[in-house]
Design a protein around this ligand. Structure first.
Ligand code: COA
Length: 257
């Protein structure tokens, strides 16, 4: 078991909590492995009908652990450690609710596009920082974000990488509901439980139909983005930006807005 990802069953909801608050729940290779296992567990267990994704300590997640991108054994792997998690998410037939507090950055933002319902606290801040990091977006967000918020808004968010306040994300359609901070956990769990008590066959069939038309496109786009991402990640431009972040250089503009 990985202590940085905690999993528990609450009625028929599998609650998956990122638990690395000292690093704003930045995701390591081990955490991706645990997330992939948790989502596969949700898929296979008959007593699970919905998933709730959340983060401990006031933030959803600050995204990939940037240390993982720096040249080294993990960075040199042929396949990114995130891939099994992305595959498990795209194959999952059951609904996923995200509970977003504080920062949702990088994959913390792109994963929202694969959820069925996003509940955010009024302090939530979402960011797609890829270009500023010398990278490109991932997890089919170059495809899905424009479906959700429109092409120009997607270009603004993906190319400029500014922090998106909860209210703007809600207005644009990325977030379903904004809730005061103190109530967000309760509200997100209650929505997940609403999915969990629906007639199962009808729920899964309808969800499948909603997703059917984009399924193949999403898989192809994840692969395509992965290839470009990997090339960019190895570039000198990106490696310098990662080092700036890790050394906390005052001009690490890539991660500061
Ligand atoms: N990778 C590695 N470490 C990270 C991290 C990440 N994605 N996000 C945060 N951390 C670490 C910080 O280095 C810091 O570690 P330290 O205490 O050992 O110095 C700790 O988590 C707290 O982060 P800090 O930056 O001090 O918190 P903050 O509240 O000032 O800012 C963020 C929060 C999320 C805005 C900021 O941490 C950030 O921009 N992180 C990078 C996000 C990013 O670009 N992710 C996308 C990767 S594709």
């Amino acid at each position: 078991m990985n202590e940085d990802v905690l999993v528990r069953l609450d009625d028929s909801v599998l609650v998956v909590m990122l638990n690395r608050p000292a690093k704003k729940n930045a995701l390591t290779a081990q955490m991706y492995g645990a997330l992939a296992a948790a989502i596969s567990e949700a898929e296979s267990r008959d007593d699970v009908q919905a998933v709730l994704l959340k983060g401990e300590g006031g933030n959803f997640t600050s995204g990939n652990d940037i240390g993982m991108f720096v040249s080294g054994p993990v960075a040199e792997q042929r396949e990114s450690p995130a891939v099994p998690f992305l595959q498990a998410m795209t194959s999952l037939r059951k609904p996923v609710v995200a509970c977003v507090r504080g920062h949702a950055v990088g994959i913390g933002a792109t994963v929202l596009l694969h959820c069925d319902y996003v509940v955010a606290s009024d302090d939530a801040r979402i960011r797609f920082p890829f270009v500023d990091l010398g990278l490109c977006p991932e997890f089919a967000s170059t495809l899905l974000l424009q479906h959700v918020v429109g092409r120009n808004k997607a270009a603004e968010w993906l190319l400029l990488g500014a922090t998106i306040p909860a209210a703007e994300a809600h207005q644009a359609g990325l977030v379903n509901r904004i809730v005061p901070l103190g109530l967000v956990e309760e509200e997100a769990l209650s929505i997940a439980k609403r999915f969990a008590i629906k007639p199962r066959q009808a729920l899964l069939a309808t969800r499948g139909l909603i997703r059917e038309s984009t399924e193949a496109l999403i898989k192809a786009r994840i692969e395509r983005e992965g290839t470009v991402f990997d090339t960019l990640r190895r570039s000198r431009e990106a490696q310098e930006i990662f080092q700036q972040f890790l050394q906390r250089a005052p001009d690490a503009a890539a991660t500061r807005v």
